[in-house]
Design a protein around this ligand. Structure first.
Ligand code: FO1
Length: 317
């Protein structure tokens, strides 16, 4: 069993690569849920949906989020009712939020709901929310405090981030499903997602770090920063404004002590000695996933790095 920790689009792409390279049933994806929010009375879980749609082969290839070929008739009607529509929910995507919300209202856990939705879409890998409790990212910015989607979508991640907190995290717990997946894992992959607001919340769930540390499997992270820039989203500016430095090395430092392997792009090869000093075996590879072939190849190389760690006695069987 390979466990991947993932946020949105970048994480979903590598999770898809893993599910193409390995039997998909052997892949479990633990997903950030701190981007979740409520809109029009519906529970929206953008990262869970991005991973689910990507693994189901229905994701919008242009945006990476939402559903390919979706239409926006419901949103137009919502606009006629005078409600703001900055968060672009497509008609088919809306169905996911309606069904999810109704199942949650009936008392099902987010883990059970996600399993049900993924099963209906034919996803053969397991997709697990990091926690069943509601957690939400709040950003302290030069424009005041902003909820995550307000910052990310409405404000196009333009404000400068000075601090990050995860509301509700203190009462969140890793689910039993996440804990047992990590117990069974032979490799844990930190996908190329934003280390602060995608992987960060997963690691901040009380008990998650301890569970990861107790898990004997090797852990390998893939840098989402290539040549100092985030391939998408605000990770580069966020790393800079929070004092970590926008580089593969800055990312590696955030994972120091947690991962034993680090995959970074050929553009960043100069950082290799510095990352090695952090106690990580480094793989320099082409990490930009332009198509399915790239996704599968990066997954293959990441798994190979994990296997090489096992062969050196780092990590379980
Ligand atoms: N991202 C945008 O930049 N604009 C949108 O209007 C938008 C709508 C949206 C609807 C459903 C969904 O599941 C995701 C959506 N996203 C949108 C993506 C999402 O908000 C972010 O990419 C993630 O939260 C960051 O990982």
């Amino acid at each position: 069993m390979i466990v991947a920790l993932a946020g949105g689009v970048g994480g979903a792409k590598l999770a898809h690569g893993l599910a193409m390279y390995l039997p998909p049933e052997e892949v479990t994806v633990v997903v950030n849920t701190a981007d979740d929010f409520n809109l029009y009375g519906l529970r929206i879980c953008p990262d869970l949906d991005t991973v689910m749609y990507t693994l189901a082969g229905v994701a919008n290839p242009e945006t990476g989020w939402g559903i390919a070929g979706d239409t926006f008739a419901a949103l137009e009607m919502i606009s006629r009712y005078g409600r703001s529509t900055w968060f672009r929910i497509g008609d088919r995507d809306l169905a996911t939020h309606v069904i999810r919300t109704s199942m949650l209202t009936q008392g099902m856990t987010l883990t059970a709901v996600t399993g049900d939705l993924c099963g209906a879409l034919g996803v053969r890998s397991r997709v697990l929310p990091m926690s069943d409790e509601f957690v939400s990212t709040v950003l302290d910015t030069n424009d005041g405090e902003l909820e995550f989607q307000e910052y990310f979508v409405r404000r196009r991640h333009e404000p400068e981030v000075r601090g990050v907190s995860f509301r509700g995290i203190e009462v969140a717990r890793p689910t039993d499903a996440v804990v047992s997946a990590l117990h069974e894992a032979e490799l844990v992959v930190f996908c190329p997602s934003n280390p602060i607001v995608s992987i960060g919340p997963i690691l901040s769930v009380p008990g998650m770090r301890e569970t990861l540390e107790a898990c004997a499997a090797p852990k390998v992270a893939v840098s989402p920063i290539v040549g100092g820039r985030a391939l998408r989203g605000p990770a580069d500016r966020m790393l800079d404004s929070l004092g970590h430095g926008s580089s593969a090395l800055g990312v590696a430092r955030l994972y120091e002590g947690l991962v034993q392997g680090f995959v970074m792009d050929a553009e960043d090869a100069a950082y290799e000695p510095d990352v090695r000093v952090l106690g990580m075996r480094v793989l320099v590879a082409d990490t930009v996933m332009r198509d399915d072939v790239d996704r599968r190849e990066l997954a293959r190389r990441t798994v190979e790095l994990g296997r090489s760690l096992v062969e050196s006695g780092i990590g379980a069987e």
